[in-house]
Design a protein around this ligand. Sequence first.
Ligand code: FES
Ligand code: FES
Length: 169
Amino acid sequence: MNTPCPPVNFVVNGEPVRVSVPPMKRLLDVLREDLHLTGTKEGCGEGECGSCTVRIDGELVNSCMVPVLQAQGARIETVEGLERHGELHPLQKAFLACGGAQCGICTPGMLMAATHLLAQNPNPTIAEIREGLAGNLCRCTGFIRIFDSVIASIAENSAASIGQESNAR
Ligand code: FES
Ligand code: FES
């Protein structure tokens, strides 16, 4: 008879979750198979491509390389958490508008890496954007449209802030 695994408790996109799965099951698979959060994608499965990127306690992590037991008590953010009140995040809108997503396999990881970058540095230079997304590979876009998407999102945010300031006067 199999011994039942003790549950692992963590928070995903603000919601507490509890899963009873083998402790070495990859976080990527737990997210997709057990929690049905299929936005996070598998590319290489070897920690090389960044398609499976999520944030754990505010740090970017390749979820294909993390056994779920390491998520015990952690706060995890996935691409599903970017939407607010049913509306796409400005970065998601910019990726759509600028052609930053083609086949889409890299896109959730790119979005998480870009979100992380902008949280730390709201006005990155192009060199800083390249560096911030360096752990994420894309086979389709040649990267330029992805960088353009991030730049467009920054411009949109700046315009929105200026609008809010003018309205407040
Ligand atoms: Fe995890 Fe490629 S699928 S890094
Ligand atoms: Fe296809 Fe990036 S859009 S891998």
